[in-house]
Design a protein around this ligand. Structure first.
Ligand code: PDD
Length: 285
């Protein structure tokens, strides 16, 4: 079945879908995005994703090109037209098309909107989760506002590629103080020897993941102790468990960091329980 993309008001076969060469997303990565999980044909946490989108747009002074309910309809329609049962839907909004000039274009320049959806194999994801993944650490060389979900992802791309070249699936960024910020496309967590679940506070140094936010509810429901604080690479090496979260991976156990086994080198019980429980706490539309 041919995939369909939504581009500025029209649904088109993906192979014919295109944006203008002077789109500011293309020229300056002047835009924002969201990725939402699709499960059983339903969007997971759409409301929270659209709220975060609003915040990202606001921080960059890009206007919302249509109402949130209309945007929600476009997301659902794109999922339906692509017959996605399990997978992701991707939404991108840029500052629109204008002659190349660093300063903002005229205020009436319409933002560009693109939505795509694709299927992912839940069984394949489950299989990866059952053995856990390896991560490597890399210096965090990103800008100071990674709390905004911009399409400016070059350091993340390079970090992920460095991980892949070392046989790992994710890279964890480390700040100048030797503390882990987050993954190239996920949030980072550890479970200490005393069983405390630790993740970095959502300040300007990380993206406030929607999966992270929902997981905080699951953690408190399981009566686990949460510590929202930064943690060092050494602390991560010595952790009982480690895992990461994102809309496409939910809770993914990490079993090795920089080739060092974490805990007994197998997925941890806390990570496995949180992965099982996650969707009881997420909103499904
Ligand atoms: N990435 N941190 C970064 C840098 C991310 O890119 C992501 C998401 C997250 C987790 O956020 P959430 O739980 O809302 O997915 C944290 C998406 C999935 C992506 O770029 O594909």
């Amino acid at each position: 079945m041919a995939r369909i993309a939504y581009v500025n008001g029209r649904y088109r076969p993906l192979r014919d879908a295109c944006v203008n060469v002077e789109d500011r997303g293309y020229q300056f990565s002047d835009g924002v995005y969201e990725v939402c999980e699709v499960r059983g044909g339903r969007l997971i946490d759409q409301r929270r994703h659209l709220q975060r989108l609003l915040r990202s747009l606001g921080e960059l002074q890009i206007r919302l090109p249509m109402s949130l309910p209309a945007l929600g309809m476009v997301l659902r329609e794109t999922v339906a037209r692509n017959r996605v049962q399990d997978g992701i839907v991707y939404l991108q909004i840029t500052r629109g098309v204008a002659r190349r000039d660093f300063s903002f274009p005229a205020a009436d320049t319409p933002p560009s909107v693109v939505v795509t959806a694709r299927s992912l194999d839940p069984a394949a994801n489950e299989k990866i989760a059952s053995s856990g993944i390896e991560v490597v650490t890399v210096p965090d060389n990103r800008w100071g506002r990674v709390d905004i979900k911009t399409v400016s992802l070059l350091p993340n791309v390079l970090a992920k590629q460095a991980a892949r070249e070392q046989g790992a699936r994710e890279a964890w960024f480390v700040d100048r103080d030797g503390r882990i910020t987050e993954g190239s496309s996920s949030n980072a967590w550890i479970v200490t020897g005393e069983g405390k679940v630790v993740t970095r506070p959502a300040d300007h140094a990380i993206l406030r993941g929607i999966t992270r936010t929902v997981l905080l509810d699951a953690i408190s429901a399981q009566e686990l102790t949460l510590e929202e604080r930064s943690f060092t690479v050494e602390e991560a090496y010595a952790a009982r468990e480690a895992f990461l979260t994102s809309a496409s991976q939910i809770v993914m156990p990490v079993v090795r960091i920089d080739s060092k086994p974490i805990g007994n080198g197998a997925p941890g019980l806390v990570a496995a329980a949180l992965r099982r429980e996650f969707h009881r706490f997420a909103e499904q539309l």
